[in-house]
Design a protein around this ligand. Structure first.
Ligand SMILES: [Zn+2]
Length: 364
């Protein structure tokens, strides 16, 4: 099996280490744009910040939208205390238990500054307090300042964005990647690599492909709405992370996919019930091309597909996933083999999504 080359792995590292919580994605979309320009026939963007790369095939329609969001969960500075500490609100969903003691980066007009979400030492914690989860509203970031004046001198102000500090690494003989922001830059990565291969290998396709790096998913699928308007897709594939359920304490009915067993296909989540004909088509393509595929379900979450599938008169949409351990924390883990298989599956779908096929998904 072809695997990710050095250029791909370098892109993965740069995407994951880039700074870009919801609403502050410009650094990431710039990386996406410069990487994709040589592999695109056209670049189109919307006015919210999402950017889309076009690959023109043998037919103008159907328009196939591939979408992966490039914002990451982070924080936004809500106040500076008299003592020089920063309070913050979440950008996206966080469980406060994963935060204490973690390093963060704050982006200011004067540059990036570093800090830590401080925790009280155990010596001074009363027994009951030790058993409790500290709420985010009671947490603060320590940037090393000893007064408000010192803190403000760094350039930091209310409204500045914050992300986890978390270097990208390969583990387990290079088979597993560890880092932040896999949710959902791995989705954007899969789409970028699929489109790069279309171009490099001259793969023909009976449609026009729009590969989109969307913004502001973690705060309510906002980029999906504006990019749907720009692309006006006939069919869509969202590439996302999945909650890998193969970790202690997670039950199969909560998260059925496992890291390393292939990409997932979402059968249901809170934001979308997929078009059933399209879903069955994807299962059949995976079977024919011998790409491992896991069926997934997530009762509590949603993706950009939640907006895309109800665009205008509706758009058959599916979500293909890369099972990822420990999402929405400083450090996630995923399999490079699953990532490669997701790229292969996306390419096999692009090759087969012609007008007749796409019309068949909605025929009554
Ligand atoms: Zn997420």
């Amino acid at each position: 099996m072809a695997m990710l080359d050095e250029k791909s792995l370098d892109l993965m590292r740069r995407l994951m280490e880039a700074f870009g919580p919801s609403g502050f994605e410009r650094e990431v979309t710039a990386i996406v744009k410069s990487y994709m320009e040589p592999y695109s026939d056209e670049v189109v963007s919307d006015k919210l910040g999402s950017v889309t790369f076009v690959s023109k095939g043998s037919s103008e329609r159907p328009r196939v939208l591939l979408a992966g969001h490039v914002d990451e969960v982070g924080f936004i500075v809500s106040s500076i205390t008299d003592e020089g500490f920063l309070t913050f609100n979440p950008l996206g969903g966080w469980w406060s238990q994963v935060l204490l003691g973690q390093r963060v980066v704050i982006r200011t007009n004067k540059g990036d500054i570093h800090g830590t979400i401080a925790a009280k030492p155990p010596h001074i914690l009363p027994e009951e307090e030790r058993k409790k989860v500290v709420e985010m509203k009671d947490m603060f970031i320590d940037i090393g300042a000893t007064s408000r004046e010192e803190a403000e001198a760094t350039g930091v102000k209310i409204g500045d964005p914050v992300v986890p500090w978390s270097p990208f690494q390969l583990l387990h003989d290079g088979k597993v990647a560890m880092g932040k922001a896999f949710d959902d830059r791995i989705g954007a990565f899969v789409i970028m690599e699929a489109m790069r291969r279309l171009k490099e290998k001259g793969i023909s396709h009976p449609n026009t492909v729009y590969g989109a790096a969307t913004v502001q998913e973690e705060v309510g699928l906002r980029g999906a709405q504006t990019i749907s308007h720009v692309v006006d897709p006939d069919v869509a594939v969202v590439v996302e992370v999945d909650i890998a359920g193969d970790v202690p304490g997670i039950k199969a009915h909560e998260a059925p996919t496992k890291m390393g067993r292939g990409p997932g296909l979402v059968t249901f989540d809170r934001s979308m019930i997929p078009n059933q004909a399209f879903k069955e088509f994807i299962i059949e393509v995976a079977r024919q091309t011998q790409i491992p595929l896991q069926l997934s379900q997530m009762y509590g979450g949603g993706t950009d597909a939640g907006r895309i599938h109800i665009h205008k008169a509706g758009c058959p949409t599916a979500v293909i996933t890369v099972p990822t351990r420990h999402i929405h924390s400083h450090v996630g883990l995923l399999s490079l083999r699953d990532t490669e298989n997701a790229i292969r599956l996306v390419i096999e779908l692009i090759k087969r999504l012609d007008a007749e096929r796409v019309e068949s998904f909605t025929k009554i």
